[in-house]
Design a protein around this ligand. Structure first.
Ligand code: TGC
Ligand code: FAD
Length: 398
């Protein structure tokens, strides 16, 4: 071999993307990275294997203490950071595990955002400061057992009884459900789809945990059962009128996933690269085989293209806001490519690729959920298709 075993480019940042970040952004990133390394990384494989997120309440408080909950929201105890800051945090959290990023996404981008964007002043003051501090955990109930991609057909109802509201129905696959203190629940009323902030100790509310998942195992996923849940008039989110409201919340969470997927892919790539440089077969490191190098080069291309796309969307979001189809570009591309990077990394690790001793198959299995939640890959394809052609192809007869 004539080539030097020393890389001639920084394998962690071959395109110099770090130079596009400000010092403050790098400081935010490093804070979250350190938190993950100290607090989560040593335990995450064990939690995943056990299928639990132990001490979720302590973890939420610690995430609150470093400003990670609702960090891109302004006021009400939230950190008021930029979209890029929030994205960098999602990247670092998901480099650790998609389940941890999910905890933070659902709290900040879904439950808190819904209250922040559509709640009354009283609701915001009541819930948001404690949610930002991680003292109160939220969940977001949109999906139902029979209505996932098509939430506009939901069957959960909210009917009036005097000034009260009575909620009945089921929500399914709800992240944080069993540990939540407040559930943002979307329900059909005589006047269309409306949102409600439901204290989870209200009689008639239950949130049994969904077991037997082989993905997002270090994340709590639940069914929400609403049997004659009576709420006072002021539980309705006054600004949320129609399906547009929950879909607006999804834009926020999908944006976080655009970045998060890069984190999972980075972790898988770095693991595969380190493994390939030290694993010897046929008398040389497997990184010295052209087939392995082709895999590593393709993984690096897609990883850093995804990172640049995330940064571009983040800068655009901070400057002008994003069109929902632009968020779909990022969510579809970055999750799909991250999953592909994990699958390729798994092959480079050979049999070790299937072991929880390495993070690769954990990320790979997690990303199967990430590909489906917050709009499946097919839904994002159709959202982009509609934006490009003006023709909706969802099959709706409305
Ligand atoms: P459609 O008629 O197109 O739209 C209804 C109204 O909403 C508006 N709209 C949006 N507004 C803001 N942001 C968006 N992304 C929007 N998309 C649509 C639209 O303009 C319209 O407004 P108006 O004023 O005219 O009424 O609705 P549709 O029923 O045809 O559905 C469209 C479709 C399929 C794109 C939408 O339903 C969809 O995105 N489906 C996917 C469902 C989904 O993503 N569910 C996610 C559940 S939450 C979750 O998965 C959390 S996992 C989190 C974790 O653990 O990290
Ligand atoms: P379906 O909608 O039944 O889709 C099944 C398949 O059909 C998919 O491949 C889909 O793309 C395809 N399909 C459907 N319609 C079309 C069409 N028109 N054209 C082409 N293909 C189509 N939801 C929440 O509300 N809150 C949460 O916190 C939450 N957390 C989740 C956590 C996890 C771990 C998981 C796995 C899911 C979570 N979800 C949550 C639910 C998630 O949003 C839904 O699973 C997702 O929206 C898809 O719905 P579905 O599973 O019912 O699939």
């Amino acid at each position: 071999m004539t080539s030097s075993p020393v890389p001639s480019i920084d394998p962690a940042d071959p395109l110099g993307i770090d130079a596009l970040l400000t010092e403050d952004e790098i400081a935010v990133r490093d804070t979250i990275r350190k938190f993950c390394a100290d607090r989560i990384q040593p335990h995450i494989a064990e939690w995943f294997e056990a299928g639990e997120l132990p001490q979720a309440r302590d973890l939420a408080r610690e995430l609150g203490a470093i400003g990670a909950l609702g960090m891109h929201l302004h006021g009400y105890g939230c950190a008021g950071m930029s979209a890029v800051d929030y994205g960098l945090a999602c990247l670092e959290l998901e480099a650790c595990d998609s389940g941890i990023r999910s905890l933070v996404s659902v709290q900040g981008s879904l439950a808190m955002y819904a209250i922040w964007a559509f709640g009354s002043e009283e609701q915001k003051n009541h819930w948001l400061p404690r949610m930002a501090a991680g003292e109160v955990i939220g969940c977001f109930g949109l999906t139902e057992p029979d209505h996932g991609s098509d939430p506009g057909s939901m069957r959960t109802t909210a009917t009036r009884d005097g000034s009260d509201w009575i909620l009945n129905g089921r929500k399914m696959w709800i992240t944080n459900g069993s540990i939540a203190d407040v559930a943002v629940v979307w329900a059909r009323t005589d006047g269309g789809i409306r949102g409600f902030a439901v204290p989870t100790d209200t009689p008639g509310f239950a949130a049994p945990e969904i077991k037997h998942k082989l993905s997002l195992r270090a994340s709590v996923t639940s069914e929400l059962v609403l049997d004659d849940v009576r709420l006072p008039a002021d539980a309705i989110l006054p600004g949320a009128d129609g399906l547009r409201a929950p879909l607006s919340c999804l834009n926020e969470a999908r944006y976080g996933i655009v970045w998060g997927a890069v984190g999972a892919a980075r972790s898988a790539f770095e693991t595969a690269l380190a493994y390939a440089r030290t694993r010897v077969q046929f008398g040389r490191p497997i990184a010295g085989f052209q087939l392995t190098q082709a895999k590593l080069a393709d993984m690096a291309l897609e990883l850093h293209k995804a990172h640049l796309l995330a940064l571009h969307l983040g800068r655009r979001k901070d400057a002008h806001g994003l069109h929902p189809a632009q968020v779909s570009f990022g969510k579809l591309n970055n999750v799909r490519e991250a999953l592909d990077i994990c699958r390729t990394a798994r092959t480079i690790l050979g049999a070790n690729g299937i072991s929880l001793e390495y993070p690769v198959i954990r990320h790979m299995n997690n990303l199967e959920s990430v590909l489906t939640y917050e709009g499946t890959a097919e839904m994002h394809t159709l959202i982009i298709g509609q934006a490009l052609t003006g023709i909706p192809a969802f099959g709706s007869t409305k």
